[in-house]
Design a binder for this molecule. Structure first.
Ligand code: FAD
Length: 517
């Protein structure tokens, strides 16, 4: 079945009606606006295939409700964004071309409960906004931030984003949502469903079924408030920065860190990155290889020497009272005693010291964005992020195969392996030059190959780009795609007109589905 077309006359009427709700100054429908809200990290053709027709920016939940009612009336799909910085996964752009972006970035209220260590944010609250708020009010709570912290606390958590402190699994720290449903109803989840819910941000399950996770990576509603737990500022953060010398060291590194993470010796999920992850923010490819030429082993060695980095590197941090972190550090160090470590450095932060100033201490940063310049031209990247078991042999095998594929298709391998308690997220940034047609053509073929090969081993992505949501959803094929049928039943019941983010995570209302490309 073909994807629905947007009726231009209905769109024009809807935009006028939106303007009556939010004011004409908050409806954006010029060509330049469409460019602003498109995917800046995608190849031209792909960006074009997902270009929105306009954007509307409400300031309150009541305005969101009014917009949703109008969207139903004129059958105009809305794509909600909090700040729209989902680079590598689609930026602000929608799955369905011509959708209207529901830009929630004007909704910026912050309510912190210092004693309980929680915050209630509106979607437009950026990581920098919340950081500034905590600093200005001298509140001893730490955030967990993603490597690119330009985005929003809510949008990132709703997309199951990750950070680098013990609170780094952001979706798991959500406690209580306020949501506008596709029919315009307003609901509060968990204990927020009590009139004046006094424990909304304190107790996740609520009474009866729990709904918070239903609104993560879904298109079942528009979140207008999100509760989140924040980490009490620890007394100390001690750390080890470990670098290893050889590509195959990934196997023992994973097998060393995995048990420590499972046992709770490691409270954060350490992310093992290769030399390129470190180097791509500090140099560009043209300094080390001619265009089209493979990066030689000699060039890799030279890059590593210049920046003093291993083939792989990982940052371990231990949080809490000094007596405990000192003991934990000793235990962790011992685990490396008989290992061929290339380089190991210690870090130490104790309350009162100047902040370490990086995501491991919850400080927002944007410098990783500069890795898009690696190839030159107008850079971008596509995220490929399968979930694997925490197993050194699997990591090594997976690394070897993907390294080979990158070389075959003319890409440089930029992976990380984030060790969680029971799984490992292998986050690959497929860096490319948007002005290089060969790379652009190869990117799609390589991505589909990666998805297909992962699926053949029983693995799939935890999060994907808007262009591949159907493709990835298709790999969840138990019982002839029973999960898709369930998602579509729920979607169709809540959103028969397919108004909210059609196609998100491969979920379409009945009658608007397209067979996965
Ligand atoms: C170099 C680099 C490094 C990165 N590092 C990380 C990292 O370490 N960890 C990480 O997680 N990400 C990372 N990212 C990806 C991305 O930049 C961040 O996740 C960013 O926070 C997402 O943008 P946002 O917060 O503005 O969310 P948005 O773009 O606003 O939204 C994200 C998704 O959630 C949906 N959504 C947003 N708000 C709502 C709402 N209110 N209701 C319903 N649905 C909603 C949107 O439709 C969208 O699909 C990185 C990207 C780059 C380029």
């Amino acid at each position: 079945m073909a994807r629905p077309e947007i009726d231009q006359a209905a769109l024009a009427q809807a935009l006028r009606a939106f303007a009556s709700v939010v004011g004409a100054g908050n409806v954006f429908s010029e060509e330049q606006d469409r460019v602003e809200y498109s995917d800046h990290f995608a190849p031209e053709e792909q960006a074009e295939a997902h270009q929105p027709s306009a954007a509307v920016a409400p300031e309150t939940a009541e305005e969101v409700r009014a917009i949703v009612r109008i969207a139903n009336q004129y059958k105009i799909p809305l794509w909600p964004i909090s700040r729209g910085k989902n680079f590598g996964y689609g930026g602000a752009a929608p799955v369905l071309k011509g959708s209207v972006i529901l830009d929630l970035s004007r909704m910026k209220r912050i309510e912190v409960d210092e004693k309980s260590g929680t915050v209630l944010v509106e979607p437009g609250v950026g990581f920098f906004d919340l950081y500034d708020y905590l600093q200005e009010h001298n509140i001893p709570l730490w955030m967990s931030v993603p490597g690119n912290s330009w985005g929003s606390v809510a949008g990132n958590a709703l997309d199951r984003g990750v950070g680098y402190t013990p609170y780094g699994d952001h979706a798991s720290r959500i406690c209580g949502l306020e949501v506008v449903l596709p029919d315009g109803d307003l609901v509060r989840t968990g204990m927020g469903a009590i009139g004046e819910g006094a424990t909304w941000q304190l107790y996740k399950p609520g009474f009866g079924p729990s709904w918070d996770t239903m609104f993560c990576q879904s298109n079942f509603g528009i979140v207008t408030k999100l509760g989140l737990w924040l980490m009490p500022e620890p007394e100390s953060v001690l750390g080890l920065n470990v670098d290893v010398d050889n590509p195959e060291d990934i196997a023992w590194l994973v097998d060393t860190l995995g048990p420590m993470r499972r046992e709770g010796i490691l409270q954060q999920s350490p992310s093992i990155g290769n030399w390129l992850r470190a180097a791509a923010t500090m140099t560009t490819r043209e300094e080390w290889a001619r265009p089209g030429e493979r990066i030689s082993d000699a060039a890799i060695a030279a890059i590593r020497a210049q920046f003093d980095i291993g083939w792989w590197g990982v940052t371990l941090r231990f949080y809490g009272p000094l007596e405990i972190t000192e003991a934990t550090l000793r235990v962790a160090q011992k685990a490396f005693d008989d290992k061929p470590v290339f380089k190991m450095g210690q870090t130490r932060w104790v309350k009162g010291d100047a902040p370490e100033g990086s995501p491991v201490t919850g400080v927002p940063v944007t410098f990783p964005l500069s890795n898009a310049n690696w190839f030159g031209g107008r850079g971008g990247h596509l995220g490929f992020s399968p979930v694997l078991p925490v197993d050194g042999d699997i990591a090594l095998r997976y690394f070897n195969r993907n390294y080979e594929l990158h070389n075959e298709f003319g890409f440089d391998y930029h992976p990380s392996f984030a060790i969680q308690e029971r799984s490992m997220n292998n986050i690959n940034q497929l860096l490319f030059d948007r002005d290089n047609p060969t790379m652009v053509a190869n990117l799609d073929t390589m991505f589909r190959t990666l998805v297909r090969e992962a699926a053949s081993e029983g693995y799939a992505e935890y999060r994907t780009h808007i262009s591949y949501m159907d493709v990835v959803a298709d790999t969840f094929d138990f019982n002839d795609h029973a999960l898709r049928r369930l998602n579509e039943k729920v979607k169709t019941a809540l959103d028969p007109n397919g108004i909210v983010a059609p196609g998100k995570s491969g979920i379409w209302s009945a009658g608007t589905n397209e067979t996965a490309a």
